[in-house]
Design a protein around this ligand. Sequence first.
Ligand SMILES: [Fe+2]
Ligand SMILES: [Fe+2]
Length: 352
Amino acid sequence: MDPMTKFTPKDHEAIETLEVPESVSYNWEYDSSRKRLSRLYENAKRDQWNATERLDWSIDVDPERGLLPDVAIGIYGTPIWEKLDAKQIEKLRHEQVTWQLCQFLHGEQGALLATSQIVTSVPWYEAKQYGATQVMDEARHVEVYRRFIQEKLGNEYDVNPELKKLLDQILTDSRWDMKLLGMQIIVEGLALAAFGTLRDTTTNPLLRDLTAAVMEDESRHVAYGVLSLREYCNDLSEAEKTEREEFVYEACVLMRDRIQSREVWERMGLDPDECIHHAENGGLAAQFRHRLFSKIVPNVKSLGLLSERQRERFHAIDILQYENETTSDVDHDIELERRVRAGESIEAVAAA
Ligand SMILES: [Fe+2]
Ligand SMILES: [Fe+2]
């Protein structure tokens, strides 16, 4: 397969510029009393990696098999799936994995932009310092997804409209805490759950290693969001908390719709509404999709943003069930990622 040299956006100009209100905060105190943030910064410096050297880019990739489990495809096991022939299933796998990884890529670009904004606007010195490491992390994530898609998949999708809407909202809000909430808690919380499933199920060693490497960074990123926001949210008024709960709820609904991959059904020549209907009501694929919220809900709860009203709404969209799962503020996740990287098997670490 000839590698693509660039993407050809269909619904967007190649360069899109947003005019945004921005606050820029100096910090002349250089306070470093936030120990956990300082520790995250130390971890981030220790765990930088070079994608050119760490990953074996010579590994062959067959986009038509072994990248994503079929259960990740919304219509898997439904009557529509049963009617597809072998060739169509191969094409669908190629389209689905391309769509998925392209959304990761576009999301990573959004994270790169949002994180650089957070560095300028967050008032705390430790948070600026840590945030600077994350800007580098996100640049690396854009690099690895871009390279994998262009060299190994030779196929592309524009940014999904719902994901774009959320990214725009995060990037044009001048408040740093809203950026952290949208990016670190919602977008990255969702990504971390999706990456975890991908790492544990893909049979391609390059995609597995790439995902594991990105996850090491992402677990720090979500921890950063939780640590910073927990301190900040404590001091918010009820009205301010309500506004943030609204934002979280709307973002979860948007992201739930985003996971529908309507663009894939359209490209396959299938009826998108019928596919989405089956995907929402199918057994395995629907469970797979819900699982993506397993990181967001406990983290939102630990920020004090899970009021009775919010619990009822989460219940209605069927994601409240994750409220008691572990949160990301502990160094636990980071430690597990490190052990996997040091060579312990994923199974052994998960059982610990
Ligand atoms: Fe990232
Ligand atoms: Fe990230």
